[in-house]
Design a protein around this ligand. Structure first.
Ligand code: ZN
Length: 279
């Protein structure tokens, strides 16, 4: 599943290709993905200029010009890919791929959304409605933006009996940290992911916040983690998987202390950690 680094990689790839370009034509092959697509609002984006692409949590926000300043909201879901083809204005458009559900044709750029499992989404709202949008309003802190630090984690963890890992993965508190990066960040910070969050000392919170940021930043720098069916804008594979310290490394030797990496399962979700150097 694409996590924050993968979505940020798509944003960074797509933004310079689309910014300033006029959307000439929208084509929808279906009227729903995970949720219904607001067809009329999406079609009303035609002839508007893309002002840029932002990211909030794992949502891509394509901003368009005009008095109502519409924003297209794209989520990649479990298996979605937002590809951007570079074409000549007059060249024929490529045939639709299997599981390609919509296109935005910017003339020399063609955005194609391919999503076999259809957990992705396409929505649209006005810029002034964005903060109150049902999918945006309860989102927590961005981990790579000001406001996220040890003090924040310390305050959020007080009185919480749930695990450190579930705190990191609670999207109402902190967005964009999924299973892979939560396990990796705990290893970097030398804390056991299943410890109760309330037991975190302030110094550990500082370490943990820095680790969350460094693991996400490393993955973004590497172009996202590529596991199953994720590929980025130009379909280049991410390379971060090779650098993972604990995730999917059960039984292998810890890169820091050489003990074997352990795996435990909670509610069907695997947690990886090292008993030798995580406390
Ligand atoms: Zn270790």
């Amino acid at each position: 599943m694409p996590e924050l680094p993968e979505v940020e990689t798509v944003r960074r790839g797509a933004e310079p290709l689309l910014r300033g370009r006029r959307l000439q034509r929208v084509e929808l092959r279906r009227h729903d993905l995970r949720w219904p697509i607001p067809v009329a609002a999406i079609q009303a984006l035609e002839q508007r200029r893309c002002l840029g692409i932002e990211r909030r949590s794992k949502y891509l926000l394509l901003r368009f010009d005009g008095d109502d300043a519409p924003v297209a909201i794209v989520h990649l879901g479990m298996s979605g890919r937002m590809l951007v083809d570079l074409l000549d204005q007059s060249s024929p458009r490529p045939p639709w791929r299997l599981h390609e559900h919509w296109r935005m044709d910017f003339g020399e750029r063609l955005v194609r959304f391919v999503d076999p499992r259809r957990f992705g989404m396409l929505d649209c709202c006005r810029a002034d409605e964005l903060a109150g949008h049902k999918l945006m309003r309860s989102l927590g802190q961005e981990p790579l933006e000001p406001g996220f630090d040890g003090a924040f984690l310390h305050a959020q963890s007080r009185g919480k009996r749930s695990s450190i890992k579930s705190l990191l993965m609670d999207g109402h508190i902190l967005v964009g940290v999924g299973n892979i990066y939560a396990s990796e960040a705990c290893w970097r910070a030398r804390v056991r992911p299943r410890r109760a969050a309330k037991t975190l000392k302030r110094s550990e919170c500082d370490q943990l916040a820095a680790s969350v940021q460094s693991v996400l930043q490393s993955a973004i720098d590497a172009g996202g983690t590529s596991f199953r069916d994720y590929v980025g804008v130009a379909e280049e594979q991410g390379y971060f998987a090779r650098e993972l310290a604990v995730y999917e490394r059960e039984g292998k030797s810890c890169r820091r202390c050489k003990q074997r990496i352990r795996r435990t399962t909670d509610a069907g979700r695997s947690t990886y950690w090292c008993a030798g150097c995580q406390h």
